[in-house]
Design a protein around this ligand. Structure first.
Ligand SMILES: [Zn+2]
Length: 129
């Protein structure tokens, strides 16, 4: 296991967050993400916030339709499993998954799902101790 990062200036936590953010930025260009968004398109409608015509996307959880800014592409199986980090191999495999593991969620449904995952993570972490 490596112990020195950036000549000792970085902790492992800083290094991990650096790698995570680099991966996240690459995942913005991962084609299945756009295939997933395209599949959720439901046509142009008036965006009630702006009053302008905008493409709408259907949330896979509540089935309501939202403009692009209000939806997120979610990994059905979380990138880091609720049981905890295992390896970067696993993180990369989960992050750059195929379209069948991706879904469009509105911000509210995505928050709800993230909260549930956060609670499960805590429970697993506490159970391990
Ligand atoms: Zn929703």
């Amino acid at each position: 296991m490596r112990e020195v990062f950036n000549g000792g200036d970085w902790t492992i936590a800083r290094f991990n967050s650096f790698v995570k953010s680099a991966l996240r930025s690459a995942s913005q260009r991962w084609p299945p993400k756009y295939q997933c968004l395209n599949a959720a398109k439901r046509g142009k409608k008036i965006n009630w916030r702006t009053g302008k015509l905008a493409e709408h996307y259907q949330c896979n959880s509540c089935s309501k339709e939202f403009p692009l800014k209000e939806v997120q592409v979610d990994h059905k199986n979380p990138i880091v499993p609720v049981t905890g980090f295992v390896s970067w191999d696993e993180v990369i495999n989960n992050m750059f998954c195929e379209q069948d593991n991706l879904q469009v969620l509105c911000k509210e449904c995505h928050n709800t799902k993230s909260q549930v995952e956060k609670t499960l993570r805590k429970e697993y972490k506490n159970a391990k101790q």
